[in-house]
Design a protein around this ligand. Structure first.
Ligand SMILES: Cc1cc2nc3c(=O)[nH]c(=O)nc-3n(C[C@H](O)[C@H](O)[C@H](O)COP(=O)(O)OP(=O)(O)OC[C@H]3O[C@@H](n4cnc5c(N)ncnc54)[C@H](O)[C@@H]3O)c2cc1C
Length: 353
């Protein structure tokens, strides 16, 4: 009896939900999530609806609804771009993260065609068995291809510029649902507008990207006063094709705050340690977090970001594989007092979950 009653209640609830969905003309793939936020969780925006899209027709149908109902549309990748500009109050959000298939890899031209919701990690995982790697990506591999192109992200490889330099072309869906082919020769104006365009010129659908071959690099480290760095870069790094990754971290010690630099570079080597091409996730995240909990609990005053310069064995496959180690050794340490020997500043990263 109780079971029958529960079942009929469940059926009733289900029918009401189904009827409500039908009445609102809700398109497949939409979720009733009125508040969206970026990854900082500081910028809630009340939107009309979020659509998780899986194919081109679903994207087109969201745009058609927006046209019909005069709604604004915003496009979301992994939502790491912070600030309320990435969602529009009362608008529709297209969540691209499920539009993420690798469509083609051409081993003759070393190019890959990927849907824009794929992350760098997904692209790298696909390309690695072919001995290939992404040429330019951010310091981390958690971002989507579309979100990265829309801000024209930079990486740490001094030989290449921003991501635009690695793009051969892409397909762009305009507001009316039409699709245009964009490259340096086809609709070239849109090439430079949509890359770095924050989604204002249409939805980037799939992208033809240049890949590079996997090489082995050796990690080297030098330190210097920041004033010496421009001359060092000119003489030693610029135009040096043997260096595949270069970054300099200013000190956050009291004694030489922001003056002293730890400079890391990855230099091509002919050494091939065993299993060097195997990709793996970063380890020791919990250990590192546990190590810093006391600072969070007992620290006072200042806020800074500390980077544990982990020992990565001195070797890496293509530098971007280094970034494959997700959240590579970065920890926000609220309340940490600046003190002697704490390390080097590497940038401000979002808070731990
Ligand atoms: C920890 C951290 C490290 C970072 N490191 C770097 C770095 O080394 N170098 C660097 O340059 N930047 C860096 N950034 C910034 C980062 O590159 C951008 O925030 C990037 O946009 C994040 O990608 P996403 O997938 O989260 O995009 P989202 O934040 O989701 O979107 C960014 C913009 O792109 C638009 N968009 C997303 N997908 C599409 C699409 N398919 N078509 C059209 N428009 C689209 C969105 O509407 C939005 O305007 C870093 C950010 C963080 C949080």
């Amino acid at each position: 009896m109780t079971v029958a009653l529960n079942l009929s209640r469940w059926l009733l609830v289900w029918l009401v939900v189904f009827a409500a969905g039908m009445a609102s003309g809700q398109a497949a793939g939409s979720t009733q999530t009125p508040i969206v936020n970026d990854v900082s969780r500081l910028n809630p925006v009340k939107v009309r609806e979020v659509y998780e899209v899986h194919d081109i027709e679903e994207i087109r149908s969201v745009l058609a609804r927006a046209q019909r109902e005069h709604l604004k549309v915003s496009i979301a990748g992994k939502r790491h771009s912070q600030g309320q500009q990435t969602a529009y109050q009362g608008g529709l959000v297209i969540d691209m993260t499920h539009f993420s298939k690798v469509l083609h890899l051409d081993r003759h031209t070393n190019t890959i065609t990927v849907q824009s919701g794929a992350t760098w990690k997904e692209i790298q995982d696909y390309a690695n068995p072919y001995g290939l790697a992404v040429q330019v990506q951010q310091a981390s591999n958690i971002f989507t291809l579309g979100g990265s192109l829309s801000v024209n992200a930079h990486g740490r490889d001094p030989r290449y510029g921003t991501t635009i330099h690695t793009v051969r072309g892409f397909r762009l869906m305009r507001a009316d649902g039409s699709i245009v082919q964009v490259s340096r020769t086809e609709n070239p104006e849109l090439f430079s507008l949509a890359i770095g365009g924050y989604g204002l010129f249409g939805v980037i659908l799939d992208v033809d990207l240049d890949l590079t071959t996997n090489d082995v690099y050796e990690k080297q480290h030098v330190s210097m006063d920041y004033k010496e760095y421009p001359a060092f870069f000119e003489k030693h790094v610029k135009g040096n094709h043997e260096i595949g990754l270069e970054y300099a971290w200013p000190s956050i010690r009291e004694t030489d705050f922001l003056r002293h630099l730890a400079v890391y570079e990855f230099v091509k080597t002919s050494k091939h340690p065993a299993h060097i091409y195997k990709l793996h996730e970063e380890s020791g995240i919990s250990r590192n977090r546990a190590a810093f909990r006391p600072f969070q609990a007992f620290g006072s005053g200042e806020i800074s970001t500390l980077v544990l310069a982990g020992n990565h064995g001195g070797h890496a496959v293509h530098p971007l594989h280094f970034a494959q180690q997700r959240h590579a050794s970065t920890h926000r340490v609220p309340g940490l007092r600046l003190g002697k020997g704490y390390g080097y500043l590497a940038g401000v990263f979002c808070a731990d979950q």
